[in-house]
Design a protein. Structure first.
Length: 338
């Protein structure tokens, strides 16, 4: 699977318009195309769902009644900061039925709610929340910079599967992975790569999660004998034939033919509409499937971008992001982590 950034509409993925200055970040990079396991820890506790508490007087929903919503990220319970589920669990154990303030992050900013804990039939005070603080999946590395050891992957952010919102990532790792199967894409139903990784073969860290991809440092997956190519500058990509590198079986990275149908440029951001024309890829996957996000796009011998989305009505068609946007976001992530 992809990082489950699926929004249930015509395009699988998150398309976001961000105003950027036009970057000039051409570099010699290794185009990768390798699938990796991805595991991230959210900074806070994400509300996965609202539940009811069975009490002696019937079912109640403290969180639901207060206005907490799925996708909210709890960052404080009372006066205690929450960075992970264990932080929240420790604070919940101290509840005694007294109303408590919960501070959450929502897309439009911080919000506070007052919840009255409910005493369950088991004798525990509960808030009526299903929570998670980590996400795992399979994605594709776009590029590796042998000069710095930095990489960029996915071409879009890791988002909550239910709300589509960009997840605040505390830390994370990438792992050696193998693609063991493909669910072919069909009109109306996006396909998916099925991969496996054991969580032991760490090959890199995740330092940032942005709308243009995830970024960090890695070794052992990228740059394994691959040649460097020059990355295209903003404005160089053009409609016409191109290639993608993708890992759709085992650990093998293969080259497939695509067509860049149109190039969109606005406010320093560059995106493409693309069509898969390679008969082998169409036969194997039906086109673009989840897990291929991040597959590097090459044109005229240069790295021009990454595959980011599939058009669910036609899995042979999708979208890509210009490499200049990825490199700009990667540079900002590296500077922030320094």
């Amino acid at each position: 699977m992809e990082m489950k950034a699926t929004m249930r509409n015509a395009v699988v993925g998150l398309l976001a318009a961000v105003v950027l200055s036009v970057p000039a970040l051409a570099a010699d990079l290794v185009p990768v195309g390798k699938a990796v396991g991805i595991s991230v820890t959210i900074d806070g506790a994400m509300v996965a769902g609202i539940s009811e508490v069975e009490t002696a007087g019937g079912k109640v929903s403290p969180a639901g009644q207060a206005g907490v919503l799925p996708g909210d990220i709890i960052i404080r319970l009372g006066s205690e900061e929450v960075h992970c589920l264990s932080d929240l669990a420790g604070s919940v154990r101290t509840l005694d039925g007294t109303p408590v303030t919960v501070t959450v992050l929502r897309e439009d900013g911080q919000k506070q709610f007052t919840l009255t804990p409910a005493l369950s039939c088991e004798g525990r005070y509960q808030l009526g929340l299903w929570l998670r603080d980590s996400v795992t999946g399979i994605g594709t590395i776009t590029y590796y910079d042998p000069e710095t050891g930095n990489y960029g992957a996915l071409g879009h952010g890791i988002n909550d599967v239910d709300t589509g919102r960009l997840l605040p990532v505390r830390d994370g790792s990438i792992y050696h992975a193998s693609v063991i199967g493909v669910v072919r894409g069909q009109p109306g139903t996006p396909g998916e790569l099925t991969g496996t990784f054991d969580g032991e073969g760490t090959c890199g860290t995740i330092c940032g999660n942005t709308v243009f991809g995830i970024f960090g440092t890695c070794e052992g997956v990228a740059g394994t004998g691959g040649d460097t190519v020059t990355s295209a500058e903003y404005g160089e990509a053009r409609p016409g034939e191109a290639e993608i590198l993708s890992n759709i079986r085992g650990e093998e990275v293969e080259e497939f033919s695509i067509q860049i149908d149109r190039v969109y440029r606005e406010n320093g951001e560059e995106r493409f509409s693309i069509t898969v024309i390679d008969p082998d890829l169409l036969a194997a996957t039906g086109g673009i499937v989840q897990g291929m996000s991040g597959s590097p796009i090459l044109q005229d011998g240069k790295l021009v971008g990454a595959v980011t989305h599939v058009l669910t009505g036609d899995p042979a068609r999708g979208y890509g992001l210009g490499i200049s946007s990825m490199l700009s976001a990667g540079q900002e992530t590296s500077e922030a982590a320094a």
